[in-house]
Ligand binder design. Sequence first.
Ligand code: AMP
Length: 412
Amino acid sequence: MKFNDLALEAPILKALEKQGYTQPTPIQEKAIPILLKGHDLLGVAQTGTGKTAAFGIPILNHLCQDKTTGKGQPKVKALVVTPTRELAIQIAENFTAYSEFTNLKSTVIFGGVKQAQQVKHLRSGVNILIATPGRLLDLMSQGFITFKDLKYVVLDEADQMLDMGFIHDVKKIIAQLPQKRQSLFFSATMPKTIVELSKKMLGKFERVTIKPEQATAEKVEQGIYFVIKGNKTKLLVHLLEQRKEESVLVFSRTKHGANKIVKKLEQSGIKSAAIHGNKSQNMRQKALGDFKMGKLNILVATDIAARGIDIDELSLVINFDLPNVAETYVHRIGRTGRANASGIALSFCMAEERPYLKEIEKLIKQKVPRLLDHPFMEDHDVIEGASVKKPAKKQNSKKRNYARNNRSRKRG
Ligand code: AMP
């Protein structure tokens, strides 16, 4: 299938051509025809699949065909709610690109920065509003936004909204939207709370599922290094030194861990920056901007901060820590190999993380290739499962002493 087969308006086709899109990705191929017909949609898909265009193109197409759109001050007719600032900015950039040859106006609002500039844009009139929940509610309550004319709403990354504690804000926002509207609901996973929310938000809907393994595991070359905790940084430095020119995204499970990695890399003469929730919005944007422009090669991120980061040339993702939720692994490796490109994802796994690896392999239905040939390999790293610490089963002191002596014998 080609975009030309989708009966889209000429300015949108022109913009897609300019972006270099010729063929719809699987989610676009499934979702766009449903959305063009005006149906509600439940999309089970993650970022990196071409999800933004899957909802952006039909919305823009509807707005192009809407005869009232060009008359008078633009009114907010489409709303996209998304959990993180980075994602909001990225979606807004996509809408701007896809609507380049139309008269449609969009803007983005998010917290962590002063509101004046955002209010100014809203006052000048926009057709499409992309927002994070907190700032949106805030500006709604101050009377800067009205949804009287709203026709399309997208709730993006719903499961992430739940994780970040935004679900009540989201419910409050939805309650204030007109009943008659087209609703789109996207989530990478569907826990019970999210299923309930989707039922509240959607009318009669159609469902499109793009399985994570379809989206990522096939395209991304993966590998796992077994390594003890104390050797992880050395291995990271070693890998980064081998790939000096590449853009590398390093994942850390915690904010503190991300800062520590940056510090350790600096001690080895490697420049990097961390992005996570404790950094100011400006610092995060600067780091991300430098990374996107190629001024900075290494970005260290936590999952929430990195969700949805879209960088064209990102060839390598390194999981410094394995995530304890298997789906997160799929999200992470999806940062490379976006749309139809291929990429590499390397993960570090210490003994305590082996159970996580098992869960990941169950989810992606494949074994991640073991990369056993690295300079920081300890003997016991090779034996899979053997060195996994079982959760605290009480040992009597005799056994404990035996185990301790045995360990020190081995080390000696
Ligand atoms: P998303 O999942 O929306 O974040 O999209 C992931 C990446 O795929 C972005 O860089 C998009 O610009 C790109 N993309 C989306 N749709 C297509 C397409 N049909 N052809 C090529 N690239 C695409």
